[in-house]
Write a protein that binds this ligand. Structure first.
Ligand code: PXG
Length: 289
């Protein structure tokens, strides 16, 4: 496997960062996770834009243009013949002195990995996920703003640990006011009649790219869509609940905190949107060559 590092493609064993990199020492950096479908990078410009917004928010200057990062992503896919897969773009603060001060770091590391993706097991797409709400709350927006895809995901990892300890695969995270924010690496939607609701970024949701695509596809199909502040009650009593994300795509949630959602089977709206998403993903995207 060839890894893109700072302008060069290097064999994986040589792709290394310093133990003094603040990405390792402090989780100081940003990342993106991107899908490749049929030799095309899905929503490339949107992911690159979000990467640059995340970097701007943490005062990290990426020493490449947006166009150069986009081209480097395609180049890394070509070098690895990655036509169906998953691309991880990581920008670390770079090597610096021990101590928090990021201004001792002069050499941000840009790393691109083009590999495969670990999806939820196939049968869960047919049966739906059982999930739980957990005690670890989503980052407060005045701490690490949830819009930033930073290398510091401990908040979400703690929630994931709680979910796994409870015998499930995924967690619903609430915000500091007890409102529904999102799952640990996915956004959440609830369907009620012909209305599709999802928490706003102000409630602690990442402005997910899959979330945006699903909102568009739903509107095109005549569903009402809205960003809405939700409580657990709203999820328990919804007709359908599903999660969206680059890794998961769209997956039905059929049980939350031991309450069946709807009749406990993936609902028709979720299935329709899943189908629409696959059709759209097969056609859209930036060719890697
Ligand atoms: N919320 C959070 C906290 C995320 O990290 C999403 C929602 C969904 O956003 P997108 O833009 O993907 O629809 C994410 C995305 C990984 C990985 O390797 C993480 C994400 C995406 C892909 C891979 O852990 N997070």
């Amino acid at each position: 496997m060839k890894i893109f590092m700072n302008g060069r493609l290097v064999p994986e064993p040589q792709a290394k960062v310093s133990v003094f990199d603040h990405g390792l020492l402090y989780g100081d950096g940003v990342f993106e996770g991107i899908r490749v479908y049929h030799g095309r990078v899905f929503k490339l410009a949107e992911h690159v834009d979000r990467l640059f917004r995340s970097a701007r928010a943490i005062a990290l200057e990426i020493p490449m243009s947006r166009e150069a990062v986009a081209e480097a992503i395609c180049r890394t896919c070509r070098a690895n013949n990655c036509r169906e897969g998953y691309v991880r773009v990581v920008v670390t603060r770079g090597k610096g002195e021990l101590g928090l001060n990021p201004f001792t770091c002069r050499d941000p590391q840009i790393i691109i990995i083009a590999s495969a993706i670990q999806l939820y097991p196939k049968e869960l797409y047919e049966k739906g996920l059982r999930i739980v709400t957990v005690g670890t709350i989503r980052n407060h927006s005045e701490a690490i703003n949830p819009m930033i895809k930073s290398l510091n995901y401990l908040n979400n990892i703690l929630a994931k640990i709680e979910a796994i300890n409870a015998g499930t695969l995924e967690a619903i995270m609430l915000n500091h006011e007890g409102r529904v924010a999102e799952a640990t690496g996915d956004n959440i939607f609830a369907a009620r009649g012909r209305a599709l609701l999802t928490p706003p970024p102000s409630a602690g949701a990442l402005a997910g790219i899959t979330r945006g695509v699903v909102l568009d596809l739903a509107r095109q199909r005549g569903y009402e869509t809205a960003e809405a502040t939700m409580t657990r009650y709203d999820l328990y009593t919804a007709d359908e609940v599903f999660l969206t994300g680059t890794a998961a795509e769209i997956i039905s949630v059929t049980e939350i905190d031991k309450r069946l959602i709807g009749d406990g089977k993936p609902g028709p709206i979720t299935c329709e949107l899943r189908e629409a998403f696959h059709q759209y993903a097969a056609m859209d995207g930036t060719p890697i060559d």
